[in-house]
Design a protein around this ligand. Structure first.
Ligand code: OSB
Ligand code: MG
Length: 387
């Protein structure tokens, strides 16, 4: 696709409450957004980098700069295309490669290009991701919600409210010393709830106690899956944990998040026997097409996939729900509407009913944003045109 214009926006969206994880606290959702225009029309993409470079090396403002300084000029200059689906080629722009080392910014530009192309074809992202040979796109996916670090008492109260809203899976953030009691209290308060314990790598091998023993206790307390318990580079303890769970006859998956940023990481981590599940975040891996590739590899390797969120706007959440409709996403993901954390959002939100989220079936990724809401939260903007 020949891209004639790229607009990059930096928005600052208010949160309903701060989101706390062991890697940092998010109080306002600064987010960079890209719009591309070509002969097919326009399309929108979201850079999922958090306001601060904590979870990964990219930040929202860094994503804005990458989009403005590197991706946009390359996209409006270079217009060769490559097809990625022989029955319905969608241009995967070769200029995206300029940001291969900044996957969240790259992912935003890829999503915008796909949105433009799919909108012009009247085809949904979920339908395109499923492909012609796919089993067809389900109307809904199981909803799941992620809670920030908080006291046991407040977490139990919040989980009770969310269970009443219909959620059957909650992700709780844990860290050493704030783990077993929390998970046990939640399991006790809402029997039958799937509890996904995410440590964001906080169980370091340098502590006084064996980190594997500490994490096994979280599973025994009632966690149904364990996400990134150890630092990404600590494959040895992840492999030991998997072996211990196996010995105990436990089916609790050990889900990699931060540890897998690419297909090469996927091969290395599976090769080390260091994951039995994978949280696939389109931003972390460089876009929805890499995400789909990783999903296919999960299916082939017997690794359970789960769709991972990044506190996105309704735009990013539409893309995540479309991805999560693929058949390998057997472990309920971070699939909640953006209204869970955003107090203002230019994009329409996903709908939650009976513990399930609707898979977007409209053309492209999502409907366009409300320009008044964009204008009310805009902190920077750049327009790059083909010369
Ligand atoms: O570790 O999964 C994580 C949000 C930002 C960065 C990292 C993570 C998260 C979440 C939120 O857990 C999940 C969501 O967006 O629903
Ligand atoms: Mg995580």
């Amino acid at each position: 696709m020949e891209i004639t214009e790229v607009e990059v926006l930096l928005l600052e969206l208010p949160l309903t409450e701060p989101f706390v994880a062991s890697h940092g606290t998010t109080t306002v959702r600064t987010v960079s957004i890209v719009r591309v225009t070509g002969p097919d029309g326009e399309g929108w993409g979201e850079c999922s980098a958090l306001p601060a470079a904590t979870y990964t090396a990219e930040s929202a403002v860094g994503g804005f700069r990458t989009l403005v300084d590197d991706l946009a000029p390359a996209l409006v200059t270079d217009h060769a295309t490559v097809g990625n689906d022989p029955t319905d080629p969608i241009p995967l722009h070769p200029a995206l490669a300029i940001a291969d080392d900044r996957p969240m910014a790259r992912s935003a530009a890829e999503l915008a290009i796909l949105d433009a192309a799919l909108t012009a074809r009247g085809r949904s992202l979920a339908d395109w991701l499923a492909g012609p040979a796919g089993p067809g796109v389900p109307d809904t996916v199981a909803a799941g919600v992620s809670l920030g670090l908080d006291t046991v008492e407040r977490t139990v109260a919040a989980v009770g409210r969310l269970a009443d809203e219909g959620y059957r899976r909650c992700k709780v953030k844990v860290e050493p010393g704030h783990d077993v009691d929390l998970v046990a209290a939640v399991a006790n308060a809402v029997p039958g709830l799937a509890i996904h314990a995410d440590a964001n790598g906080a169980f370091r091998p340098t502590g006084r106690t064996d980190p594997v023993t500490a994490v096994l206790a979280i599973a025994e307390a009632g966690a149904s899956s364990l996400e990134q318990p150890f630092p990404p580079e600590d494959r040895a303890n992840a492999a030991r944990l998997i072996a211990e769970l196996d010995r105990a006859g436990s089916a609790v998956p050990v889900v990699a998040d931060e540890a897998v940023a690419s297909v090469a990481d996927f091969e290395a981590v599976t090769g080390a026997g260091a994951m039995t599940g994978l949280s696939i975040k389109p931003g972390r891996v460089g876009g929805v097409t890499v995400a789909r590739d990783l999903h296919d590899r999960c299916l082939a390797a017997g690794v359970v996939a789960t769709a991972g969120g990044m506190l996105e706007t309704g735009l990013g959440r539409h893309a995540l729900a479309a991805l999560a409709a693929l058949p390998g996403f057997a472990l309920t993901g971070d699939l909640s509407p953006a209204g869970r954390w955003l107090a203002a959002d230019p994009w329409p939100d996903l709908t939650l009913a009976d513990g399930r989220l609707t898979v977007p079936g409209g053309p492209g990724v999502a409907p366009p944003p409300d320009q008044d809401v964009v204008a009310g939260h805009l902190i920077d903007r750049a327009l790059i045109r083909r010369r």
